[in-house]
Design a protein around this ligand. Structure first.
Ligand code: 5GP
Length: 198
């Protein structure tokens, strides 16, 4: 039974499939969840805050952390480095469930730590065209960025079978309810599934 230990919830998806919004909704719904704040060498976007969205570091700082084995996992994505700090996670997991918004490479590496109580969910759009519409609608990325994200879609979805669950985000509220029910089941909370919402 999984409910006797805190859960490390891995959420991965092709970039733009709604994962960041879903991560925030999970944290709002379940007080027990804290978000693992990654380290990255990417430059902050205008609305991002250091220490909250990411720990923004230089490439040298990042490399030093790799050398000192400070990461549970790290990966290069779209020309930038991203990593999950061991110290942060070990501290959080003592009292909380933890959410990881990381890619398939990170999920593979975390899975090698057999002592971690992972719950792995892959979120995807219905198809590539759906992702394209979503990226264009959110109007946050340059044409070049959109192109890059669409290109990596094929690679990303190839890894769905590394996960415990795959959820299609056609409608944000339905997708969230499905994730909510997965968490409730895995945590063995008393609940009833609202079948009309699925
Ligand atoms: P963005 O730059 O758009 O915030 O994130 C790009 C991608 O990096 C997303 O798919 C996100 O899940 C992934 N990512 C963020 N932090 C980490 C991390 O610590 N490790 C790994 N492997 N991927 C991460």
């Amino acid at each position: 039974m999984k409910n006797d230990k805190n859960i490390l919830l891995v959420l991965s998806s092709p970039s733009g499939a709604g994962k960041t919004t879903l991560t925030k909704k999970i944290q709002q719904k379940f007080n027990s969840f804290k978000i693992s704040v990654s380290h990255t060498t990417r430059k902050p976007r205008p609305n991002e805050v250091d220490g909250i969205d990411y720990n923004f570091v230089s490439i040298d700082e990042f490399k030093k952390k790799i050398q000192d084995q400070k990461f549970y996992e790290h990966a290069k994505i779209f020309d930038n480095f991203y990593g999950t700090s061991k110290d942060n996670v070990d501290e959080l997991i003592k009292k909380n469930d933890v959410i990881f918004d990381i890619d398939w490479q990170g999920n593979k590496q975390l899975s090698n730590f057999k002592n971690l109580n992972l719950l792995k969910i892959f979120i995807t759009t219905a198809d590539k065209n759906d992702l394209k519409e979503r990226l264009l609608k959110r109007n946050q990325d340059s044409d070049n960025e959109v192109e890059k994200r669409l290109k990596s879609y094929e690679e990303d979805i190839n890894h769905w079978s590394d996960y415990d669950y795959v959820v299609i985000n056609k409608n944000l509220e339905n997708c969230f309810r499905q994730i909510e029910n997965i968490i409730l089941t895995e945590k063995n909370y008393p609940f009833s599934i609202n079948s009309t919402s699925l």
